[in-house]
Design a protein around this ligand. Structure first.
Ligand code: SF4
Ligand code: SF4
Ligand code: F3S
Length: 263
């Protein structure tokens, strides 16, 4: 049957803000609806599933049993100590371990699940951490960003479906295809950096004409992500193009290495 060709996906939302889901549903190439109707069978998602409560929990268990070793687990949000997060009356940490155990692969969407994220900022009262800190024995693909670019999220799934294998990853577990370059390498303001023309304050003449944002805190020289190449909202723009320095939202510990605009 047609349905059987689509890879079952269980999408767990742990301690998150749902921003990663919001980004995912805005993919334009491939279009989100093509991913949902042609590539995957989204079996469990707090935001997008029609089912809820006992019905959806039973479905999660059914998929884990029926598609052992075949389904993909997506994780959005970070992992906390047990007492801080329960889902459907169960420890979220235990649900994560249980669901990951027989997954073909885990996609850690967003800087929260890939690296710990904003909730892990000092003093990190919930002991928030990355999925890779608690899940072992299953391939994990980190897709950081707060949130990640929509087309990067769907592109990683499309790769797995099209080639039947995981993409090539770098040392931080990120797909090289999307995270091999720094923002600085393809930045639209790079010529100003090279010419030594910088914005000194957000209301000066340099800001009006689009000079480099390095002196007002841009983290583009140390941030690996595809924003400058692919841009956001279907290729329209990205933070730097819109006048905002990159805050390094796809990098480990960006949340503690601020304040964002005075680094
Ligand atoms: Fe929200 Fe950012 Fe965490 Fe995604 S990575 S859940 S957008 S805080
Ligand atoms: Fe590099 Fe940032 Fe300047 Fe762009 S705005 S050239 S990323 S320092
Ligand atoms: Fe994040 Fe910097 Fe891109 S803040 S969205 S990695 S330009």
């Amino acid at each position: 049957m047609e349905t059987n060709k689509r890879i079952p996906v269980i999408w767990l939302q742990l301690m998150d803000c749902t921003g990663c889901s919001e980004s995912f549903i805005r993919s334009s190439h491939p279009r989100t609806e093509n991913v949902l109707f042609d590539m995957i069978s989204l079996e469990y998602h707090e935001l997008l599933s029609a089912a809820a409560g006992h019905q959806i929990e039973e479905n999660r268990e059914r998929i884990m049993e029926q598609y052992k070793g075949e389904y993909i687990l997506v994780v959005e949000g970070n992992v906390t100590d047990d007492e801080f997060l329960t889902v459907a009356g169960h420890s979220a940490l235990e649900s994560l371990k249980e669901t990951a155990k027989h997954a073909k692969a885990v996609l850690a969407y967003g800087s929260c699940s890939a690296f710990g994220g904003l909730a892990a900022a000092k003093p990190n009262p919930t002991n928030a951490k990355a999925v890779s800190d608690v899940v072992r024995g299953v391939p994990i693909i980190n897709v950081p960003g707060c949130p990640p670019i929509a087309e990067v999220m769907t592109g990683v799934i499309a790769h797995v479906i099209t080639f039947g294998r995981l993409p090539e990853l770098d040392r931080q577990g990120r797909p090289k295809a999307f995270y091999k370059l720094r923002i600085h390498d393809k930045c639209n303001r790079r010529a100003y950096f090279d010419a030594g023309l910088f914005v000194e304050s957000f209301d000066d003449e340099g800001a009006k004409v689009g000079y480099c944002l390095y002196k007002v805190g841009c983290a583009g020289p140390t941030t690996y992500n595809a924003c400058a190449e692919m841009r956001w909202n279907g290729g329209v723009s990205y933070p730097i193009q819109s006048g905002n320095p990159c805050i390094g939202c796809s990098e480990k510990n960006f949340w503690d290495e601020g304040p964002f605009f005075t680094r």
